[in-house]
Design a protein around this ligand. Structure first.
Ligand SMILES: [Zn+2]
Length: 306
């Protein structure tokens, strides 16, 4: 077992234990933890994760907004001031730096809303006050429930590397059609019908027509990243919105759809438009997929040699 898998096994144990103690589903705890882990990676205003748990409870929420001690670890006083910090490991302290205490405090907050996912959803909304954050967490939960584990680091290049294809860095280039826009993605040129693959574990969030992107698919992955696949020729037969996909799974095929009403095609050479958008817990922004594509391509080449 590698280091990451060993850490995931420990995490899994913690989620299951705290889930039993608080009657909150362990998959939901794991999903929220993954969401916040990703948020911390994409934000500079939050402290870096040091332990196994990615959840971060800000001091005023931990200790209570009126608590004169922002880093209070006395569970009784914290409770008095309306903080959510609790002692999860039984050492008498509610330590915001303890993985067990943080996880237990978070789960206890949700358990106030009662049992069952519908109640937990209300708790999540109260906690984050943001639909998008709750939606991403529920998506992560779906993936974790489907796979039953936390080893979700797998990646794939978006077309099978045995086919002919080419791409270069074009992110930010000007685009003429449909007004002034910049190119938010990388174009992977390949023939009509070449399979298009999911690049990571995630949930299909969108499938349909758009006058720019043509037939397109949107997948929200386990890293809080949204993947946009445009100009497809068609979709994989079984592809549905809300479906969990894994890296390398076929979601459609390369085409030249778009730049007009539904069904328009052939206005440019066939290619996959691949875009990536990161949600950092506050906002979503486009970033350049090129460097990632290079890494995943190398990874697939290595796998092929084995
Ligand atoms: Zn493009």
């Amino acid at each position: 077992m590698d280091e990451e898998a060993a850490a995931n096994a420990k995490r899994l144990q913690m989620f299951k234990k705290t889930g039993r103690q608080t009657r909150i589903s362990w998959e939901l705890l794991a999903a929220a933890d993954l969401f916040e882990h990703n948020v911390r990676l994409s934000r500079r205003d939050l402290p870096k994760q040091t332990g196994l748990i990615g959840l971060y409870i800000p001091p005023e929420r931990w200790s209570g907004p009126a608590n004169p001690l922002p880093s209070d670890d006395n569970p009784v006083r914290i409770r008095l001031f309306g903080g959510i910090g609790k002692d999860g490991n039984g050492d008498g302290r509610a330590d915001p730096k303890s993985d067990e205490d943080v996880l237990y405090s978070y789960a206890s907050f949700l358990s106030q809303y009662g049992r069952g996912l519908e109640n937990s959803k209300i708790g999540l909304w109260d906690y984050y006050q943001r639909d998008k954050s709750v939606g991403i967490i529920l998506g992560h939960m779906k993936v974790i429930k489907k796979t039953g584990h936390l080893n979700l680091a797998g990646r794939s290049f978006p077309v099978p590397i045995r086919y002919n294809y080419s791409y270069r860095s074009t992110w930010g280039d000007a685009r003429g059609w449909g007004g002034r826009r910049i190119h938010e993605g990388t174009d992977v040129f390949a023939d009509y019908g070449v399979p298009v693959l999911a690049t990571s574990y995630g949930v299909v969030e969108m499938k349909g027509w758009n006058r720019y992107g043509g037939w397109r698919v949107g997948i929200r992955d386990v890293r809080n990243t949204y993947h946009y696949y445009g100009h497809l020729n068609g979709f994989a037969k079984n592809l549905r919105e809300g479906m969990v996909v894994k890296p390398g799974e076929v979601i459609g095929s390369v085409g030249s759809s778009g730049y007009g009403p539904p069904g328009t095609a052939g206005k440019f050479p066939p290619h996959l438009h691949y875009g990536m958008y990161k949600d950092n817990g506050r906002t979503e922004y486009s970033f350049d997929p090129y460097a990632y594509l290079r890494i995943w391509e190398r990874g697939d080449k290595k796998k092929r040699k084995k």
